[in-house]
Design a binder for this molecule. Structure first.
Ligand code: NAP
Length: 291
């Protein structure tokens, strides 16, 4: 057996097409979606991500309002930019690119983002709704993208056993909540989990969000399982996932590659969130929908 390789680039392209159509509808109603972006500091990777996000937004017809405050800005100065975006009716989603410079308190900045403009889906209110099993208007982009990959690849979730490795607020925790809400029986693992390979081998769906390149080998994988590789690490200038593809591909039923798996979905879901927030707050009057 050899795993079916899930083409994240193709799935992300279809999500973007759907988002573009919704942008067109909203713009025709006089509510062109807008994304506010705050990039502070000299982190080269952050600058690349912001450029990519801006490019995709503009391709889809989303207006981008980008602010680049100086790297020595204070927490209060960044909060003021965010608070002004909160009040700006033309901005539907706010993205504060992390990490922020060391002197800035990221929690204080993120707390300034209105929950109904929370493009990244990281606000405690939106996370709380997800944890309650209520329909959350927006969900953290990377886990939301993983769910779309499962859904559009026909991977069954109801009654399936899922194991998520990683418990961060951005990926692991919301991923586990989404899988529970999709009727999986979920185990969340982390660096203190005992006998991790044995726990992982119980999984019909295994999500690796660790940041340790190549750690997940065939020993961790139940034959036929769906393996979602969220990890991205730079090794000798190349992007590597948490999964050792050569070892896992012959065993798994489905596998997301790195690059070209989860990564492209994250930006597509950011655009989806922005448009859903626009529709919910000032657009068609329809509730946000899945892409
Ligand atoms: P993080 O905050 O560093 O969390 C990593 C998690 O992995 C932690 O919960 C940690 O456990 C766990 N872990 C570390 N070593 C482990 C081990 N040996 N065995 C079991 N668990 C272990 O990272 P993150 O922000 O969630 O990101 C995870 C990975 O996904 C990174 O590679 C990141 O670059 C990538 N990522 C990719 C995208 C994308 O768009 N493709 C988006 C976001 C993140 P403890 O909690 O016990 O420390």
């Amino acid at each position: 057996m050899s795993a079916l390789i899930i083409d994240g680039r193709a799935v992300a392209a279809s999500v973007r097409e759907e988002v573009k159509a919704r942008v067109g509808e909203l713009t025709a109603l006089g509510a062109r979606p807008g994304l506010g972006v705050v990039l502070c500091g000299d982190d080269a990777a952050s600058a690349t991500y912001v450029r990519l996000k801006g490019q995709v937004a503009e391709e889809l017809g989303i207006r981008v309002d980008e602010r680049r405050p100086p790297a020595d800005s204070s927490t209060e100065a960044i909060r003021e930019i965010v608070l002004a975006m909160d009040e700006d009716d033309g901005i539907d989603g706010i993205l504060v690119q992390l990490p922020l410079p060391a002197q800035i308190d990221p929690d204080a900045v993120m707390a300034a983002v209105r929950p109904d403009k929370d493009a990244d889906g990281l606000h405690p209110l939106n996370f709380g709704l997800l944890a309650q099993g209520a329909p959350a208007p927006v969900v953290s982009c990377t886990p939301a993208g993983c769910m779309e990959l499962l859904r559009r690849s026909g991977v069954p979730t109801r009654g399936s056993r899922a194991v998520v490795i990683g418990r961060s607020a951005i990926v692991g925790r919301p991923m586990a909540m989404l899988l529970v809400n999709a009727d999986c029986t979920v185990t969340m693992c982390h660096s203190r989990t005992a006998d991790l390979p044995a726990v992982c081998r119980t999984a019909d769906i295994l999500v690796a969000a660790i940041g340790r390149p190549g750690m997940i080998t065939a020993d961790y994988v139940k034959p036929g399982a769906c393996v979602i590789d969220v990890g991205t690490s730079s090794v000798d200038g190349k992007l590597r996932g948490d999964v050792d593809r050569a070892s896992v591909e012959p065993v798994a039923g489905w596998l997301t590659p790195v690059p070209g798996g989860v990564g492209p979905m994250t930006i597509a879901m950011l655009m989806h969130n922005t448009v859903s927030l626009c529709a919910a707050r000032r657009g068609s009057g329809q509730p946000p929908t899945r892409p």
